[in-house]
Design a protein around this ligand. Structure first.
Ligand SMILES: [Zn+2]
Length: 370
């Protein structure tokens, strides 16, 4: 294959390369994967109450795990468990189970890969009775599940090619994908520092105390926390007309890249929601917002770089019984999933394995010459 020549000379990952138009067009439509009555789809099985320690939560956990086992068998699945009392548990300890799902290059040793980390919480709020939490955060979980499937084939291709060329092991290029489905984000009574973020507090604490093996030349990342190249937290997504500001100076460049993927997809007419509405409009970081408590906080306190994808204002349905499947804007749900998939592909430098572009005039000869 022709591009292998180019590969050998310039190596992988020399630059963060935007996806070509044809690559953006090749990101499929989620179709009816998110239909709220499609019980074999990705989203519908999550549209049930998922309170920690209840049967509904066990159903949600099974759906998440079964999906990866069935659709993405090369991804590793591990649990990080804790048990904690809550203000409504009468002294009883409730189980909290974070799900860690990873796809990493086959040659890496423990602690070697850096991870683009996609995060959403899968628990639902105890009140009001019967609360579903479609935007909070069933739909964000489903978007991540779908985007993982889009990325998986390209990741396989990249890992295969890199292994064949002996390119692996250069650290920067040992890029993997990590998904965190976190438990116990919601408060049981009133949001406080201790009544909220049960899962993320437990996981960040576990990881800061889990040093990676100091193995020879790859001892770059001291703990799993430092392996996170970007902690991309999706929350409260799926309502109409979302507007997500850029929250952090240190990841504004990533926000801009994410936003650019969106506007390019809009200009190519690849999105279903109105092109007059940009989900990620804050290119110059000028939007005003308040501080938001969410699963990123325990990680930010430990120095993890975060891209918080949560709209301002919150959806109208937030923490009400109306936050259910019927109130989702399905065009918006599908568009978020495609934009996230596009951003992931770009972050992971997948232009290196994209060969769906028309060759430029004279391009082949030029490439052979290099
Ligand atoms: Zn919530």
């Amino acid at each position: 294959m022709l591009w292998l020549h180019v590969f050998l000379l310039i190596g992988l990952g020399s630059a963060y390369k935007p996806l070509s138009d044809s690559f953006l067009r090749a990101i499929p439509s989620p179709g009816d994967e998110f239909a709220i009555d499609n019980n074999t789809g990705i989203l519908a099985p999550l549209l049930i109450p998922r309170v920690p320690g209840t049967p509904g939560q066990a159903v949600a956990q099974r759906h998440l795990v079964d999906y990866f086992k069935r659709e993405l068998p090369k991804w590793t699945i591990t649990w990080q468990n804790s048990s904690q009392t809550t203000p409504t548990s009468n002294g009883k300890k409730l189980p909290f189970a974070n799900l860690i799902i990873r796809r990493e290059p086959p040659w890496v040793q423990p602690g070697q890969a850096n991870f683009l980390t996609l995060v959403a919480h899968y628990d639902s709020k105890l009140t009001p009775d019967g609360f579903i939490g479609a935007t909070d955060s069933a739909a964000p979980c489903a978007m991540i599940m779908w985007a993982a499937k889009v990325v998986d084939g390209y990741a396989q291709q990249m890992y295969d090619e890199m292994a064949a060329l002996g390119e692996g092991g250069s650290v920067e290029m040992d890029m993997g994908i990590q998904i965190l489905f976190l438990d116990g984000e919601e408060a049981f009574k009133t949001w406080t520092d201790t009544d909220s973020l049960y899962g993320s507090r437990s996981l960040s604490n576990f990881w800061v105390n889990s040093p990676n093996p100091p193995s020879q030349k790859f001892y770059k990342y001291k703990t799993p926390l430092s392996q996170i190249s970007l902690f991309m937290l999706l929350d409260l997504l799926g309502s109409s007309s979302p507007s997500v500001p850029s929250y952090y100076t240190t990841t504004h460049w990533a926000y801009r890249a994410f936003s650019t993927v969106e506007s390019r997809m809009r200009s190519l007419n690849l999105l279903e929601s109105s092109n007059s509405m940009q989900f990620l409009p804050d290119l110059n970081k000028t939007m005003a917002y308040g501080g938001i408590s969410d699963d990123h906080l325990p990680f930010i306190l430990r120095g993890v770089e975060t891209l918080h994808v949560i709209p301002q204002p919150f959806p109208r349905v937030w923490h009400t019984s109306d936050d259910d499947g019927a109130h989702l804007d399905m065009k918006v749900v599908k568009d978020w999933a495609r934009i996230v998939a596009g951003f992931m592909l770009e972050w992971l430098d997948m232009m290196e394995v994209w060969n769906g572009d028309e060759p430029e005039a004279g391009g082949e000869g030029a490439k052979i010459m290099t």
